[in-house]
Write a protein that binds this ligand. Structure first.
Ligand code: AMP
Ligand code: GLY
Length: 433
């Protein structure tokens, strides 16, 4: 079978790498891909939201399975278009992807099914939103643009003036265009976050191992938010008892609610969860693999990914045996361009990739890279996801950073504390150094 992965980031490289290991798969294409997917697969110069172009390519190449990385393609209806053309594709339909594409829709689903989440109000009028904020006592609030905003639509506001400023940017200056026509203003939740990803064909739900992202740019979670500066799996914060609670109170009722609304959900259901004193609460839903969570998760997954994703696309997930995982933890350290998450330079030559990949239990996933004259150069803010398996979380961290040390380009930087949060849960000799 030929497989097509849609997208060009680190998540997509991890998908290409893992899918290409399946005995069912003869070839993996990636559209448009990066310098890493060009090595583990074959790049096709079609953009991720050029749906007509992708359908044409998939038909011509007789692609047996298409796997979609980015949310923009899902929200634009790539799954509906492929299915209408009789092509097998992994991911939710346009209507189901609204769980990520509209935070107002997601909040409605959460409320109707009494799934634990932050208290919230929806506004489609700037004046009403401003009056609501002005009338409140001085508390921390979170302001969210309704639609897709490339991960920048959420502002955690320490006080009213920051919240009012967020309304001005989103609703008056229209910083995110139509994505900011409506906003949600919600209470700020306190606790630690985890990424809970589950595969579902709309009936059967198979949770993946847990993971934790590092959204802040700098060490100790300081600095602006980014797409994610690193991740690790498993997240020891999520005990088996908490996971049962998350499955019973969040995942199952969400999948059930989507079915009842006539929008059956197929694909990856990713719940961003805050573990509060009152238990787990949903911060947001994503409708695809997390980036960079996919990198450590797929490095740990032993099950044949192609077989799994075909079963989901075909609605026969219940017939598969339980997933198999490498028990060893994995740590992914993102190396970024100077200036990211603000403006950054492109085109720096990346050196040392071969040295890094010679280290055992290490895989360097490419994100913002491209080939220029056969050489990998930087082409994005998040450039690489250097990922390693280790005997314990400390060992995985050590190996990942050893690989990071091999790699260099002008202005390259990374956080130095990826996975340290996990260590406070693991005491004793196994915790590693
Ligand atoms: P989202 O795009 O909805 O995941 O939000 C991005 C980030 O904003 C989350 O990962 C949290 O760190 C933070 N966030 C969102 N909603 C809340 C909330 N109600 N309370 C505290 N932090 C939040
Ligand atoms: N790592 C967060 C996301 O993929 O949205």
């Amino acid at each position: 079978m030929k497989v097509l992965v849609v997208g060009q980031g680190g998540r997509e490289h991890a998908l290409v790498w893992k899918l290409s290991q399946s005995p069912m798969v003869e070839k993996v294409f990636c559209a448009p891909g990066n310098a890493g997917t060009a090595v583990d697969g074959e790049n096709v110069d079609i953009g991720a939201t050029n749906i007509d172009g992708l359908v044409k390519f998939a038909k011509a190449e007789k692609i047996g399975l298409t796997v979609v990385g980015p949310e923009a393609a899902l929200v634009a209806g790539i799954v509906d278009a492929f299915e209408a053309a009789g092509l097998r594709i992994f991911g939710p339909s346009r209507l189901a992807a609204e769980l990520e594409g509209s935070k107002v829709f997601a909040k409605d689903v959460l409320r109707q099914s009494t799934i634990p989440t932050a208290e919230a109000q929806v506004f489609s009028d700037a004046e009403a939103a401003e009056a609501y904020i002005a009338d409140r006592e001085e508390v921390a609030l979170v302001v969210k643009a309704d639609g897709l905003a490339a991960g920048k639509g959420v502002t955690v506001c320490a006080n009213k003036s920051v919240a009012l400023d967020a309304i001005r940017r989103i609703m008056r200056q229209k910083e995110f265009g139509d994505a900011g026509k409506r906003v949600i203003i919600e209470e700020k939740l306190d606790g630690e976050e985890a990424s809970i990803l589950a595969l579902t064909d709309g009936s059967t739900i198979v949770p993946l191992e847990t993971a934790q992202d590092h959204k802040a740019a700098f060490d100790e979670d300081r600095g602006p938010n980014t797409g994610g500066m690193g991740a690790y799996s498993p997240a020891p914060l999520i005990t088996p008892a908490l996971m049962d609670q998350i499955i019973g109170q969040i995942l199952v009722p969400t999948v059930h609610a989507m079915k009842k609304r006539g929008r059956p959900f197929k694909g990856v259901l990713y719940a961003g969860v805050m573990i509060t004193h009152q238990g787990p609460k949903v911060l947001e839903f994503n409708t695809r693999f997390g980036d960079p969570e996919a990198q450590p998760l797929l490095m740990r997954l032993k099950t044949d990914l192609a077989q799994l994703l075909v079963a989901i696309a075909d609605g026969s997930l219940d017939a598969l045996p339980p997933l198999e995982w490498d028990p060893r933890p994995a740590v992914c350290v993102v190396m970024a361009s100077a200036g990211y998450p603000g403006d950054y330079e492109k085109g720096a030559v990346i050196r040392g990739l071969d040295d890094a990949s010679r280290l055992s239990n290490v895989k360097v996933f490419h994100a913002g890279t491209e080939l220029r004259g056969g050489q990998p150069v930087t082409s994005g803010g998040r450039v690489l996801g250097v990922t390693a398996l280790g005997d314990n979380i400390g060992d995985a961290k050590l190996r990942a950073y050893q690989a990071v040390k091999c790699i260099r380009w002008d202005g390259a930087w990374c956080r130095h504390d990826i996975s340290d949060k996990a260590r406070k849960y693991s005491s004793g000799p196994d915790a590693g150094g």
